[in-house]
Write a protein that binds this ligand. Structure first.
Ligand SMILES: [Fe+2]
Ligand SMILES: [Fe+2]
Length: 310
């Protein structure tokens, strides 16, 4: 399709601007408010950490593992937001001239992600102060962003939509209804969720707009790129789940056999694959657009790649 004939849904972008203005928050005044993390409570709910499935752990150990996973969860957002911001800024190029509504909406989106990165850097320091030494978050945001951004915009926007849908899903389904979480931890994801709702709406506008520029061959190559990206994401999850299990074993008050350690590592990796891959890919809004933009044959290729991660 000729780009100039692509109709931009200005009203949808205008809605994003309106919501963005209404929900806008400040890191200190609205979220942190002089508080610290309450380590007597879990950070992530069981619906996300899946620690309730690890029967060999007692309640104190489950709480500790939920805090370690919660620290990684926050770091993961700070990390993916590096390439999300870069890609969104790049997509603004098509809106520089002409109607300025889409441009403003996307600039707000980027600005919010920059603030979110700052939030996640701030709370990483606070979590570090309250936890034993030795935790490691392995992926380097700039190196991974540089690698991700080598791919076509189509593939990267698919990944971004997937991430922004699971962000909302995790909050609404698991964090919001859980009463016994650290108050500060819960608030971080309440406020993050508020500003994330418009992001997925814009991804749903930008991904099809990008799709309209591609030939069938280009799209088919983009599908292969998406499959490769998911494989790389899984590599990151394998390394980080091993690092988090290691740290958990080191700071626990008792020792575990090799078999038990493997069992915990498997549980953490399963949780991470669900958190960062499956809960987004299986989201109805992701599925809807994905089915509109891909062929049956392409979906079979993607589904076959995903099946190897189970
Ligand atoms: Fe964010
Ligand atoms: Fe976002």
């Amino acid at each position: 399709m000729n780009l100039s004939s692509y109709r931009i849904d200005v009203e949808r972008y205008a809605k994003c601007i309106e919501v963005s203005k209404r929900v806008r928050w400040d890191i200190d005044q609205d979220i942190i408010r002089g508080r610290n993390f309450d380590f007597s409570h879990k950070f992530l709910p069981d619906g996300i950490s899946k620690v309730d499935q690890l029967d060999l752990l007692n309640n104190d150990e489950k709480r500790l593992l939920s805090q370690i996973q919660g620290r990684t969860y926050a770091n993961m957002f700070g990390f993916v937001e590096r390439f999300i911001t870069a890609k969104v800024l790049e997509t603004t190029r098509d809106h520089w001239l002409g109607d300025q509504t889409a441009l403003e909406a996307l600039i707000r989106f980027s600005d919010e992600e920059l603030k979110h990165q700052e939030l996640f850097r701030r709370i990483e320091k606070m979590m570090a102060d309250g936890m034993a030494e030795g935790y490691k978050f392995l992926p380097d945001p700039d190196a991974v962003a540089a690698a991700v951004l080598q791919n076509s915009t189509w593939a990267v926007l698919a990944l971004i939509l997937e991430i922004e849908l699971f962000t909302q899903e995790h909050y609404k389904q698991s964090i919001e209804p859980e009463e016994n979480l650290s108050d500060l931890y819960k608030d971080i994801f309440l406020f993050h969720w508020k500003e994330e709702t418009t992001h997925a709406m814009m991804d749903e506008l930008e991904w099809p707009r990008e799709d309209s520029k591609l030939s069938a061959e280009e799209r088919d190559r983009a599908v292969d790129e998406l499959i490769a990206i998911v494989g790389d994401v899984d590599g990151i999850l394998q390394n980080q789940s091993a690092a988090d299990t290691d740290y958990f074993i080191k700071v626990c008050d008792r020792s575990f056999t090799e078999h038990e350690t493997q069992h915990i590592n498997d549980g953490v990796l399963r949780a991470y694959r669900w958190q960062y891959i499956f809960s987004g890919v299986e989201h109805p809004r992701f599925q809807k657009l994905y089915k509109e933009l891909t062929t049956e044959q392409q979906r079979q290729r993607i589904d076959a790649a995903l099946a190897t991660l189970n």
